[in-house]
Ligand binder design. Sequence first.
Ligand code: SF4
Length: 355
Amino acid sequence: MLDRITQIIDQGGRIDAVQAGWLWEQADDTTLQALASTVRARFHPPDRATWLVMGIVNYTNVCVARCDYCAFYRFPGAPDTYLLSEDQVAARIAGILSLGGTMVSFNGGFHPDLRIEDYTRLFQGLRARFPDDLTLYEMTVAEFMFVCKRTGISYAEGARRFYESGTRWISGGGAEVLADSFRLRHSPGKYKVEDFYDAQRAVLDAGMGSTATMVIGFDESLEERLQHLERLRRFQDEEGRRLASFLCWTYKPWNTELGGAELGTPEYLRWLAICRIFLDNFRHIRTSVLTRNQDALLGLRYGADDFDLPTEDEVTQKAGATISLEFQRILDSARVLGFDPVHRAPLAVPTPTEA
Ligand code: SF4
């Protein structure tokens, strides 16, 4: 089996889910590194890695979804709920810029009182306050779905209204494991997998950029992980490779209803390699400093080519993530591993087949 897989990869081909599962269960780390590096080299110089500084602003912790893996949300009416004002959000963005940030993502809860105009008004106000070259990922696909439903409009209409109000990026966050069996166990009220992809398609068709994400280390099976990758690769084929990047990170179990133990770095790195090998229609595979700290840089040897240096994210910090602002130390660890870390500008919104 390994000879066959190696031949496919060396010839620029594509492996299937059975072969990916075999690699996960049978291949050693050295083999995974080599195969992932071969696929990486189709897109990037072997010793080059890119990075930028970014922060995630969590504008509200009010949420009705009740995902059992989430330590961040508070149900409406709880004493410690919050919803930041535009001034408060602007102050958080200013703090991220002062640390060298060039990109800001937004991630809040499913707030039942917010409608699409609340978001478009907030982001129009924020864009007017900051330079045009600051890239804003204004919500996750999961939040986009919820606000469209609460407003009583289709995803196509919601995407059109966001685009016309100036939104250019929505992130692929809120995906965790895109297998309906997983969703049913842990967040039955959030969405169904095909619903998620319908929303992604609407975002892209309206002219906005989006990304793909995955979170591992809950109780998901290998089959569920592979379902996630298979459906995502098919979507990326169908949509002309318009998802700009893929980021995989790991579940943090502290203060969550689900609990459990944290996944170790070796398993994260092995899965990152599987993602790089399997997702051959993604240019960028990103490794997660937010959840693995300096260890994330080892992901560059397992096929990743890009990473954020995060400044804040309450969602993962509440569940146990620790953030270091010693950016030079983190970049030096990439150099020690033999990579030249190059600061990059935020990506342009991809057009079909350019991603
Ligand atoms: S993960 Fe997101 S949607 Fe789920 S409970 Fe937490 S804030 Fe709500």
